[in-house]
Design a protein around this ligand. Structure first.
Ligand SMILES: [Zn+2]
Length: 225
């Protein structure tokens, strides 16, 4: 735990400082999963004895979408204003975001082995894709490069989950579920995509769970002497 988890916290604090000063949810965002939909699943982190749900309200959902790069600052501000105008719509969007997330967690953890789970996830993905509209744009970045942008049209809240379910859809299309793993530490709920050549990634993060396991092995070895 000790040092390694401290360094993780510092990384996230640094990240948070680089962002504009708006009220941010307590807790940490982690981007270790190598796939957007899996990073999103990991927002329901349940470690350290207390359930830490990073999606506590619309603002925290928006923050996650900003930090993950789905929204740029300007669009996040637009959404923020819209949420102020339509608080009930924003609250419903959070409920929906959690619903999508639990379907995707099931897909991440059991999708490879269960056709029922895959089918449920398919229903959820199509529910989101079917009821919302989005347009895509190509935009200049300030450094002169290009980036694809995602602009919800119509009911803006309805389109929020599109990039996330599209990421999950891509995993199904590419047949990636067999490489989706849960962290090797049974106390850690994080999931990730294993992109290693030999398919042996075991830990969500070497600096936390991986390090803890290494230290435990070391202690066990010392004990044998
Ligand atoms: Zn872990």
């Amino acid at each position: 735990m000790g040092l390694s988890s401290t360094s993780l916290i510092l990384d996230h604090v640094t990240l948070a400082h680089a962002l504009p000063p708006v009220p941010r949810p307590a807790g940490l965002f982690s981007f270790i999963a190598e796939r957007l939909w899996l990073d999103y699943v990991n927002t329901d982190d349940v470690r350290r004895g207390t359930r830490m749900d990073f999606l506590r309200d619309f603002e925290s959902l928006l923050r996650w979408m900003e930090v993950s790069g789905i929204f740029d600052e300007e669009r996040a501000q637009q959404m923020r204003r819209r949420a102020q105008q339509q608080p009930s719509g924003a609250a419903a969007a959070v409920v929906d975001a959690r619903r999508v997330r639990s379907a995707l967690r099931a897909l991440a953890e059991r999708g490879a082995s269960s056709e029922i789970v895959r089918n449920d996830a398919l229903g959820e993905i199509n529910r989101v894709l079917g009821r919302s509209a989005v347009t895509r744009r190509l935009e200049w970045r300030t450094d002169g490069s290009f980036s694809p942008a995602f602009v919800p049209v119509g009911d803006a809240f309805a389109g929020l989950m599109i990039p996330i379910v599209e990421s999950a859809a891509e995993a199904l299309i590419k047949g990636e579920l067999g490489r989706v793993r849960r962290c090797g530490d049974p106390r850690c709920p994080r999931v990730f995509y294993d992109s290693t050549r030999n398919g042996r990634r075991r830990w969500c993060d070497m600096s936390t769970c991986g390090n803890r396991a290494k230290a435990a092995r070391f202690r066990a070895k010392e004990g044998q002497r």
